[in-house]
Design a protein around this ligand. Sequence first.
Ligand code: TXA
Ligand code: MG
Length: 326
Amino acid sequence: MISAILSASDTESIRRAARTIKTGGLVAFPTETVYGLGCDAMNANAAAKVFEVKQRPQFDPLIVHIADLKQLEMVIASLPAVGQRLIDTFWPGPLTLVLPKQPAIPDLVTAGLSTVAVRMPNHPVAQTLIREAGTPIAAPSANPFGYVSPTTAQHVADGLGNRVDLILDDGPCPIGVESTIVSLVGSHPELLRPGSITIEQLSTVIGSIHRAAPVNEIPIAPGQLSRHYATRTPVTILASTGARPILNDDERAGLLIFSHARDSDNRFTAVEVLSITGDLREAARHLFAALRRLDSLGLDRIYAEPCQEEGLGVAIMDRLRRCATP
Ligand code: TXA
Ligand code: MG
């Protein structure tokens, strides 16, 4: 059995989803980055269900999504000047800020930290849902813990089946990689996760930014597990753009590339081209769906071409590397 998938273009669906949130249920909903698995951020029991459904370890806190600045006051205790500048420039949008939390946010949502991750999505369905629910919505990506994030309603249903009360469908997510996470609780801003807002964009507002090193196992700063966003099929990143591996005779391999396939690529069982023109926005939008398609074929291995680590390429390579971490 699968949860109801409702079209978000029907306003009654969004109202029903908002009632579900208000009464402690779980709703998967689209954002500009990936689909989220949402609950009332002020309701600890609802948050507990999110952890259970995702099989997410309780040391990994959730992002709280807000619709307006009034709700920001319900979530955070203070905002440094640099935070105000980032908000003025990038909200609503795919930037998550880590800030001191309000005591009313349940400990489960923040994994017992004194800080909270908060973002204001710019997706109209997410905004309407939060506004109709009248409460901030805590939402991790709507996938089983550690797996590739969902960029369609069907991806959510594939991963979480009937364990969600309902899924709001608004087609594929326009960006396709998760939000950028910046912590503002230390002496200087720190990049915890590269994402849709690029380092170049951030530096126009706050100058150069320090990048936190990824950690293994129990994260010191959460959200930095080195293996994450992973396929079941092992992934190998090729040495350079255009490089191709030597395959064993009986090896069934998939190939993920950023530009044209070559004639000789027909030795791969499947080839996914992320963007024929090498456009990183298009590649980001297609990345997770392409990984999922390759992962569904029972291949021995997926070979991925690297892309330039500039702009969105930083987030794309971050996700590919975590996928390739054994
Ligand atoms: O684009 C996105 O950010 C999507 C959509 C649904 O908004 N959400 C998302 O959530 O990617 P999730 O849970 O998959 O990743 C959130 C990350 C986690 O790795 C978590 O550890 C980190 O945010 N995080 C949450 N609260 C934190 C905090 N107080 N300090 C440091 N990291 C935090
Ligand atoms: Mg996630």
